[in-house]
Design a protein around this ligand. Structure first.
Ligand SMILES: Cc1cc2nc3c(=O)[nH]c(=O)nc-3n(C[C@H](O)[C@H](O)[C@H](O)COP(=O)(O)OP(=O)(O)OC[C@H]3O[C@@H](n4cnc5c(N)ncnc54)[C@H](O)[C@@H]3O)c2cc1C
Ligand code: FES
Length: 265
Protein backbone atom coordinates (compact mmCIF):
# COMPACT_ATOMS: atom_id res chain seq x y z
CA UNK A 1 0.00 0.00 0.00
CA UNK A 2 1.76 3.17 -1.13
CA UNK A 3 -1.13 5.63 -1.54
CA UNK A 4 -1.57 8.68 0.62
CA UNK A 5 -4.13 8.20 3.40
CA UNK A 6 -5.57 10.50 6.03
CA UNK A 7 -5.94 9.05 9.53
CA UNK A 8 -6.98 10.32 12.94
CA UNK A 9 -4.59 9.86 15.82
CA UNK A 10 -6.21 7.05 17.84
CA UNK A 11 -4.07 7.55 20.94
CA UNK A 12 -0.87 9.18 22.16
CA UNK A 13 1.69 8.19 24.75
CA UNK A 14 4.34 10.54 26.16
CA UNK A 15 7.89 9.15 26.01
CA UNK A 16 9.69 11.46 28.44
CA UNK A 17 9.90 15.23 28.04
CA UNK A 18 10.93 15.31 24.37
CA UNK A 19 9.07 12.53 22.59
CA UNK A 20 5.62 11.06 22.06
CA UNK A 21 4.32 7.92 20.39
CA UNK A 22 1.37 8.66 18.10
CA UNK A 23 -0.90 5.66 17.44
CA UNK A 24 -2.91 5.39 14.22
CA UNK A 25 -5.17 2.68 12.83
CA UNK A 26 -3.71 2.78 9.36
CA UNK A 27 -4.76 -0.67 8.09
CA UNK A 28 -1.37 -1.38 6.53
CA UNK A 29 1.46 -3.80 7.19
CA UNK A 30 4.80 -2.20 7.95
CA UNK A 31 7.97 -4.28 8.26
CA UNK A 32 10.70 -3.41 10.79
CA UNK A 33 12.92 -0.65 9.41
CA UNK A 34 10.44 0.63 6.82
CA UNK A 35 9.27 4.22 7.13
CA UNK A 36 6.25 6.41 6.44
CA UNK A 37 6.22 9.94 5.03
CA UNK A 38 4.17 11.85 7.61
CA UNK A 39 2.43 15.22 7.09
CA UNK A 40 0.35 17.15 9.60
CA UNK A 41 -1.61 19.61 7.36
CA UNK A 42 0.34 22.54 8.79
CA UNK A 43 3.15 22.27 6.25
CA UNK A 44 5.93 19.81 5.50
CA UNK A 45 6.26 16.07 5.23
CA UNK A 46 9.04 14.03 6.83
CA UNK A 47 10.11 10.40 7.20
CA UNK A 48 9.40 8.43 10.39
CA UNK A 49 9.92 4.77 11.26
CA UNK A 50 7.28 2.61 12.85
CA UNK A 51 8.10 1.57 16.41
CA UNK A 52 5.06 -0.62 17.11
CA UNK A 53 2.62 -2.53 14.91
CA UNK A 54 -0.14 -4.65 16.37
CA UNK A 55 -3.48 -5.58 14.85
CA UNK A 56 -3.37 -2.76 12.27
CA UNK A 57 -2.47 -0.14 14.89
CA UNK A 58 0.87 1.54 14.24
CA UNK A 59 3.01 3.51 16.68
CA UNK A 60 5.18 6.35 15.41
CA UNK A 61 7.60 7.57 18.07
CA UNK A 62 8.45 11.20 17.39
CA UNK A 63 11.46 12.79 19.07
CA UNK A 64 11.44 16.58 19.02
CA UNK A 65 14.32 18.12 17.02
CA UNK A 66 13.02 21.11 15.06
CA UNK A 67 9.75 22.82 14.11
CA UNK A 68 8.09 19.91 12.31
CA UNK A 69 8.78 17.23 14.92
CA UNK A 70 7.83 19.70 17.70
CA UNK A 71 4.43 20.22 16.08
CA UNK A 72 3.94 16.53 15.40
CA UNK A 73 4.82 15.39 18.88
CA UNK A 74 2.40 17.83 20.49
CA UNK A 75 -0.55 16.54 18.44
CA UNK A 76 -3.41 15.04 20.38
CA UNK A 77 -5.86 12.17 20.04
CA UNK A 78 -8.29 12.95 17.19
CA UNK A 79 -5.76 15.06 15.26
CA UNK A 80 -5.38 14.38 11.55
CA UNK A 81 -2.25 12.99 9.92
CA UNK A 82 -1.53 12.33 6.27
CA UNK A 83 0.60 9.23 5.65
CA UNK A 84 2.37 7.79 2.60
CA UNK A 85 4.07 4.43 2.61
CA UNK A 86 5.33 2.10 3.87
CA UNK A 87 8.57 2.72 2.01
CA UNK A 88 12.08 1.35 1.97
CA UNK A 89 13.96 -1.87 2.48
CA UNK A 90 13.32 -3.46 5.90
CA UNK A 91 15.61 -5.32 8.30
CA UNK A 92 15.86 -9.09 7.84
CA UNK A 93 14.99 -10.79 11.15
CA UNK A 94 17.31 -13.75 11.88
CA UNK A 95 16.77 -16.69 14.21
CA UNK A 96 20.23 -16.62 15.95
CA UNK A 97 21.82 -14.47 18.69
CA UNK A 98 21.09 -10.90 17.60
CA UNK A 99 22.50 -7.68 19.06
CA UNK A 100 20.44 -4.53 18.39
CA UNK A 101 22.18 -1.18 18.98
CA UNK A 102 20.11 2.02 18.94
CA UNK A 103 21.02 5.66 19.44
CA UNK A 104 18.38 8.28 20.30
CA UNK A 105 15.25 7.98 18.14
CA UNK A 106 17.08 5.30 16.11
CA UNK A 107 15.84 2.85 18.73
CA UNK A 108 12.27 3.19 17.35
CA UNK A 109 12.51 0.72 14.42
CA UNK A 110 14.59 -1.65 16.57
CA UNK A 111 11.61 -2.19 18.89
CA UNK A 112 9.55 -3.55 16.00
CA UNK A 113 12.58 -5.57 14.86
CA UNK A 114 13.13 -7.09 18.33
CA UNK A 115 9.59 -8.41 18.31
CA UNK A 116 10.04 -9.87 14.80
CA UNK A 117 13.30 -11.62 15.74
CA UNK A 118 11.71 -13.10 18.88
CA UNK A 119 8.77 -14.30 16.76
CA UNK A 120 11.27 -15.93 14.35
CA UNK A 121 12.82 -17.86 17.26
CA UNK A 122 15.89 -15.62 17.68
CA UNK A 123 17.52 -14.41 20.90
CA UNK A 124 17.78 -10.66 21.32
CA UNK A 125 20.13 -8.36 23.21
CA UNK A 126 19.37 -4.63 23.00
CA UNK A 127 21.73 -1.73 23.73
CA UNK A 128 20.06 1.68 23.77
CA UNK A 129 21.96 4.91 24.26
CA UNK A 130 21.26 8.62 24.33
CA UNK A 131 22.91 11.79 25.53
CA UNK A 132 20.66 12.04 28.61
CA UNK A 133 18.39 9.56 30.44
CA UNK A 134 15.30 11.52 29.36
CA UNK A 135 16.22 10.86 25.73
CA UNK A 136 16.35 7.07 26.06
CA UNK A 137 13.17 5.95 24.33
CA UNK A 138 10.94 2.88 24.72
CA UNK A 139 12.92 1.34 27.62
CA UNK A 140 9.67 0.28 29.32
CA UNK A 141 8.54 -1.58 26.16
CA UNK A 142 11.84 -3.44 25.79
CA UNK A 143 11.79 -4.43 29.47
CA UNK A 144 8.45 -6.16 28.93
CA UNK A 145 9.89 -8.40 26.21
CA UNK A 146 11.83 -11.67 26.80
CA UNK A 147 15.22 -10.20 25.87
CA UNK A 148 18.43 -8.86 27.44
CA UNK A 149 18.11 -5.06 27.67
CA UNK A 150 20.92 -2.55 28.43
CA UNK A 151 20.79 1.23 28.32
CA UNK A 152 23.23 4.07 28.84
CA UNK A 153 22.97 7.83 29.25
CA UNK A 154 26.15 9.61 28.20
CA UNK A 155 25.81 12.27 30.90
CA UNK A 156 25.78 9.72 33.74
CA UNK A 157 28.24 7.40 35.47
CA UNK A 158 31.09 6.37 33.18
CA UNK A 159 29.59 8.36 30.30
CA UNK A 160 29.39 5.31 28.07
CA UNK A 161 28.01 5.73 24.58
CA UNK A 162 25.80 3.09 22.99
CA UNK A 163 28.88 1.93 21.04
CA UNK A 164 31.01 1.61 24.24
CA UNK A 165 28.26 -0.39 25.92
CA UNK A 166 27.71 -2.57 22.84
CA UNK A 167 31.47 -3.33 22.79
CA UNK A 168 31.31 -4.46 26.44
CA UNK A 169 28.28 -6.62 25.74
CA UNK A 170 30.06 -8.20 22.72
CA UNK A 171 33.15 -8.97 24.85
CA UNK A 172 30.96 -11.07 27.14
CA UNK A 173 29.05 -12.77 24.33
CA UNK A 174 29.72 -12.61 20.61
CA UNK A 175 26.43 -12.28 18.69
CA UNK A 176 25.72 -13.97 15.36
CA UNK A 177 24.44 -10.75 13.82
CA UNK A 178 24.28 -7.03 14.66
CA UNK A 179 21.55 -4.54 13.71
CA UNK A 180 21.95 -0.82 14.38
CA UNK A 181 20.05 2.42 13.85
CA UNK A 182 20.83 5.92 15.03
CA UNK A 183 22.95 8.94 14.17
CA UNK A 184 25.42 8.13 11.38
CA UNK A 185 28.35 9.12 13.62
CA UNK A 186 27.28 6.38 16.01
CA UNK A 187 27.03 3.82 13.20
CA UNK A 188 30.46 4.85 11.90
CA UNK A 189 31.95 4.43 15.39
CA UNK A 190 30.29 1.02 15.76
CA UNK A 191 31.46 -0.42 12.45
CA UNK A 192 35.18 -0.95 13.35
CA UNK A 193 34.15 -2.53 16.68
CA UNK A 194 32.30 -5.29 14.80
CA UNK A 195 35.37 -6.91 13.18
CA UNK A 196 34.15 -9.68 10.89
CA UNK A 197 30.62 -9.78 12.34
CA UNK A 198 27.85 -9.43 9.79
CA UNK A 199 25.45 -6.51 10.24
CA UNK A 200 22.65 -4.36 8.87
CA UNK A 201 22.56 -0.62 9.58
CA UNK A 202 19.61 1.73 9.04
CA UNK A 203 20.74 5.11 7.69
CA UNK A 204 18.96 8.45 8.03
CA UNK A 205 19.56 10.79 5.11
CA UNK A 206 17.62 13.92 4.14
CA UNK A 207 14.44 12.79 2.36
CA UNK A 208 12.00 14.80 0.27
CA UNK A 209 10.04 12.47 -2.02
CA UNK A 210 10.67 9.17 -0.16
CA UNK A 211 10.21 7.22 -3.39
CA UNK A 212 13.49 7.53 -5.28
CA UNK A 213 12.72 10.49 -7.57
CA UNK A 214 14.35 13.62 -6.14
CA UNK A 215 17.88 12.31 -5.47
CA UNK A 216 18.02 14.00 -2.07
CA UNK A 217 19.11 10.84 -0.22
CA UNK A 218 21.59 9.53 -2.80
CA UNK A 219 24.90 8.13 -1.50
CA UNK A 220 28.37 8.38 -3.07
CA UNK A 221 29.79 6.80 -5.15
CA UNK A 222 27.24 4.07 -5.85
CA UNK A 223 24.22 6.36 -6.22
CA UNK A 224 21.98 4.21 -4.05
CA UNK A 225 18.98 6.04 -2.67
CA UNK A 226 18.43 5.53 1.03
CA UNK A 227 14.65 5.84 0.58
CA UNK A 228 14.53 2.93 -1.91
CA UNK A 229 17.64 0.74 -1.62
CA UNK A 230 17.71 1.60 2.14
CA UNK A 231 17.15 2.75 4.74
CA UNK A 232 18.41 -0.67 5.86
CA UNK A 233 21.71 -1.55 4.16
CA UNK A 234 23.68 -4.79 4.37
CA UNK A 235 27.34 -4.78 5.36
CA UNK A 236 28.63 -5.08 1.77
CA UNK A 237 26.55 -2.07 0.65
CA UNK A 238 27.79 0.05 3.58
CA UNK A 239 31.40 -0.87 2.84
CA UNK A 240 31.04 0.43 -0.72
CA UNK A 241 30.05 3.92 0.46
CA UNK A 242 32.61 6.74 0.46
CA UNK A 243 30.29 9.14 2.29
CA UNK A 244 29.28 6.78 5.13
CA UNK A 245 30.21 8.47 8.41
CA UNK A 246 31.80 11.40 6.50
CA UNK A 247 29.01 13.54 5.08
CA UNK A 248 25.37 13.67 4.11
CA UNK A 249 23.34 16.21 2.17
CA UNK A 250 21.08 18.90 3.59
CA UNK A 251 17.75 20.18 2.19
CA UNK A 252 19.60 22.16 -0.52
CA UNK A 253 21.72 19.18 -1.56
CA UNK A 254 24.91 20.66 -0.06
CA UNK A 255 27.31 18.33 1.75
CA UNK A 256 27.22 18.48 5.53
CA UNK A 257 30.27 16.84 7.12
CA UNK A 258 29.82 14.88 10.32
CA UNK A 259 31.78 16.17 13.33
CA UNK A 260 35.43 15.12 13.00
CA UNK A 261 35.14 14.17 9.31
CA UNK A 262 37.22 16.63 7.35
CA UNK A 263 36.53 17.39 3.67
CA UNK A 264 39.03 15.51 1.53
CA UNK A 265 40.19 13.32 4.43
C1 LIG B 1 14.24 6.68 7.37
C2 LIG B 1 14.06 7.68 8.51
C3 LIG B 1 13.37 7.28 9.64
C4 LIG B 1 13.20 8.17 10.71
N1 LIG B 1 12.51 7.73 11.82
C5 LIG B 1 12.35 8.58 12.86
C6 LIG B 1 11.62 8.16 14.04
O1 LIG B 1 11.13 7.03 14.13
N2 LIG B 1 11.48 9.05 15.05
C7 LIG B 1 12.01 10.32 14.98
O2 LIG B 1 11.85 11.08 15.94
N3 LIG B 1 12.70 10.75 13.90
C8 LIG B 1 12.87 9.92 12.84
N4 LIG B 1 13.55 10.33 11.71
C9 LIG B 1 14.06 11.71 11.69
C10 LIG B 1 12.95 12.68 11.35
O3 LIG B 1 12.61 12.59 9.99
C11 LIG B 1 13.48 14.07 11.66
O4 LIG B 1 13.67 14.15 13.03
C12 LIG B 1 12.52 15.15 11.32
O5 LIG B 1 12.45 15.19 9.91
C13 LIG B 1 13.00 16.46 11.89
O6 LIG B 1 12.31 17.51 11.31
P1 LIG B 1 12.24 18.93 12.06
O7 LIG B 1 11.68 19.94 11.12
O8 LIG B 1 11.55 18.78 13.35
O9 LIG B 1 13.75 19.23 12.39
P2 LIG B 1 14.86 20.03 11.63
O10 LIG B 1 15.28 21.12 12.53
O11 LIG B 1 14.45 20.35 10.23
O12 LIG B 1 16.02 18.93 11.53
C14 LIG B 1 16.51 18.23 12.67
C15 LIG B 1 17.26 16.99 12.19
O13 LIG B 1 16.39 16.14 11.42
C16 LIG B 1 16.90 15.91 10.12
N5 LIG B 1 15.85 16.09 9.11
C17 LIG B 1 15.10 17.19 8.90
N6 LIG B 1 14.28 17.02 7.84
C18 LIG B 1 14.54 15.77 7.37
C19 LIG B 1 14.05 15.01 6.27
N7 LIG B 1 13.12 15.50 5.44
N8 LIG B 1 14.56 13.77 6.08
C20 LIG B 1 15.49 13.25 6.90
N9 LIG B 1 15.99 13.91 7.95
C21 LIG B 1 15.53 15.16 8.18
C22 LIG B 1 17.93 17.03 9.88
O14 LIG B 1 18.93 16.59 9.00
C23 LIG B 1 18.45 17.30 11.25
O15 LIG B 1 19.47 16.39 11.56
C24 LIG B 1 13.75 9.48 10.63
C25 LIG B 1 14.45 9.87 9.49
C26 LIG B 1 14.62 8.98 8.43
C27 LIG B 1 15.37 9.41 7.22
S1 FES C 1 14.05 11.13 -0.84
FE1 FES C 1 13.85 11.50 -2.98
S2 FES C 1 15.22 10.02 -3.84
FE2 FES C 1 15.22 9.53 -1.72
Amino acid sequence: MNDRITVRIADTRPEGPKATTLYVDAGMEVLPGQFLMVADFAGGEKPFSVSEAEGGRLGITVREYGPFSRRLRSMEKGGLLSLRGPYGRPFTPRPGDCLLVGGGSGIAPLHLLARAILAAGGRVTVVSGARTRDEILLGDRFRRLPLDYHETAEDEGEGLTAVDLAARVMERKRPDFVYAAGPEGMLAALRPRLGDLDYQFSLERYMKCGVGICGSCTCDPTGIRICVEGPVLDRDRIEELEDFGRYKRDASGARVYFPGALPGA
